[in-house]
Unconditional design. Structure first.
Length: 304
């Protein structure tokens, strides 16, 4: 029996999610659909070579999180603290691959869908462990990463950094570790994230300190909201330099989903706003601007 309340399950189902086991979920990403229908791809394909049509976006902790972020496009009323009693990682991986395949079945008949791409799409080569919730709250996250790797899949683990203990105990590193850094200081952190834990800022800083010890590719992502956290680039720079990531992604908050109930459309930065902020980050960190993607309003800064 699923650990997710029935009303939450129905809401997520209508939004295109499919529940897997007791606490996991998978969805066909917007960019997977765009790649199949129109040949347009996610910035992660442009920046890191991840094929959008072969990317499986999932979470092992659908409603479990340590934050209730103002900019989150998920419904926050279902968010709970704690850890789900863990399903077997192998069953989660198999369940997600199958659920995603079924979601993609309907695309095969569309005239505009590239049939060769569709055949490839149902055999994912990458897992983005990022869909919703905080994936490090799943106690067997290291085993989950291993299960994906056993299938010759690459992995992105996206975390809010509030479980440094889980990061330090990973027996298998992901292909790429993302830490979300969306506040330059504790005051802004409390305002934007509405943390459910008392020491979230401290934990995030511990995770940033840990980041440099990872041998995988490391990225810090800044989701930036006008009049909220799009400020103080020099403070962000100090945190970035502490973590020593390979890349930094300043990215505009997008006015989509449930976040529209919490923020106004004017909170969404323009591409020019993001470019300007990226230039300031570059000045304060020494990281070089390498690329950008207009559709997602994101700039890529590189250490090298």
């Amino acid at each position: 029996m699923s650990l997710i309340p029935e009303d939450a399950e129905k809401r997520f189902f209508r939004a295109g999610y499919r529940i897997v086991g007791n606490h996991s979920a998978v969805e066909v990403c917007h960019w997977t659909k765009e790649s199949l229908r129109r040949g347009r791809v996610c910035y992660k394909e442009k920046f890191y070579g991840i094929k959008s049509h072969r990317c499986l976006e999932m979470t092992p902790a659908l409603i479990w999180c340590t934050h209730k972020c103002k900019f989150c496009w998920r419904p926050l009323e279902f968010t709970i603290l704690g850890e789900p009693k863990p399903d077997d990682p192998k069953e989660i991986v198999e369940g997600c691959i199958e659920a995603r395949r079924l979601l993609l079945t309907g695309f095969k008949g569309f005239e505009k869908v590239d049939k060769k791409k569709w055949e490839e799409a149902i055999k994912p080569t990458h897992a983005a462990i990022s869909l919703a919730g905080e994936p490090t709250l799943y106690p067997r996250i290291s085993e989950l990463i291993k299960e994906f790797h056993k299938r010759k899949m690459t992995t992105f683990l996206v975390t809010n950094g509030t479980r440094p203990d889980r990061l330090s105990s990973l027996e298998e590193e992901p292909t790429q570790l993302y830490i979300s850094l969306c506040a330059p200081d504790e005051k802004t952190y409390l305002e934007i994230h509405n943390p459910l834990i008392p020491d979230g800022w401290k934990k995030l800083n511990e995770s940033l300190e840990l980041m440099k010890s990872f041998s995988c590719r490391k990225v810090i992502r800044l989701t930036l909201v006008k009049n909220l956290n799009l400020k103080d680039p020099e403070k962000y720079a100090k945190l970035i330099l502490k973590a020593e990531p390979d890349f930094v992604e300043p990215k505009a908050y997008m006015w989509v989903g449930e976040s529209q109930k919490r923020l106004k459309k004017e909170a969404m930065p323009s591409m020019e706003d993001i470019r300007n902020f990226a230039e300031e980050l570059s000045f304060h960190t020494g990281y070089k601007i390498k690329d950008e993607d207009l559709a997602s309003r994101v700039v890529l800064l590189s250490k090298k």
